[in-house]
Design a protein around this ligand. Structure first.
Ligand code: XMP
Ligand code: MG
Length: 182
């Protein structure tokens, strides 16, 4: 059974909790706190990070909205298919608004590159990206310009799970980020 494999902890729940506060503060210093901010949380992977970041941002942004999008590129495979599909779109327009995309991890950069182009076409006032994890070693050559404005942690060339990240649907609910021992 997939769920009984050993997980080596990379970022503990405490480390994540301690990283989110300064991240929220940094975001509040860079964006206009007097204006509406639309968080675009990417399902399902960013659900934990999105929930914690939203609560950390709330004291700074009285006009905070939390929206969701669901994209698919991976299916049940660990490697990107290269194709991105919108499975659930925003329920609210973003034109003229400050937008912050909240992602779990940037690997090849294909998903985020596609998403940024899609959202930019809707003419937000500003569009930035916060990613819990960045895996720079995974970036595809054509996605060199794809980056997050705010990053929780950098990871090496490993497949990570937990705190929203899954392996074929498992491990998402773990309160920490770790690596599955094979
Ligand atoms: P790309 O390659 O498009 O991938 O930047 C982004 C999406 O791929 C998933 N992904 C992972 N999921 N552990 C996971 O559980 C990983 O190490 C990993 N690397 C990429 C993730 O859904 C992300 O949004
Ligand atoms: Mg994802």
């Amino acid at each position: 059974m997939a769920t009984t494999k050993k997980i080596n902890v990379l970022f503990s729940a405490e480390m994540i909790r301690r990283r989110i506060r300064p991240l929220a503060y940094e975001i509040s210093q860079c964006l206009d706190t007097s204006q509406e901010l639309v968080l675009v949380v990417i399902l399902k992977g960013a659900v934990m990070f999105g929930a914690d970041l939203a609560r950390a941002l709330a004291p700074f942004f009285p006009l905070l909205r939390v929206e969701f999008m669901r994209l698919s590129s991976y299916g049940n495979e660990r490697k990107t298919s290269g194709e991105v599909k919108v499975e659930l779109d925003l329920s609210h327009p973003i034109e003229g608004r400050q937008v912050l995309v909240v992602e779990d991890i940037i690997d090849t950069g294909t998903t985020l590159g596609y998403l940024v182009r899609l959202l930019q076409a809707r003419r937000p006032r500003t569009l930035q990206v916060a990613a819990l994890l960045d895996k720079p070693s995974g970036r595809h050559a054509g996605n060199g310009g794809v980056h997050a404005d705010y990053v929780g942690f950098e990871v090496g060339p490993v497949f990570v799970v937990g705190y929203g990240l899954d392996d074929a649907g498992f491990y998402r609910a773990l309160p920490y980020v770790g690596v599955v021992e094979d």
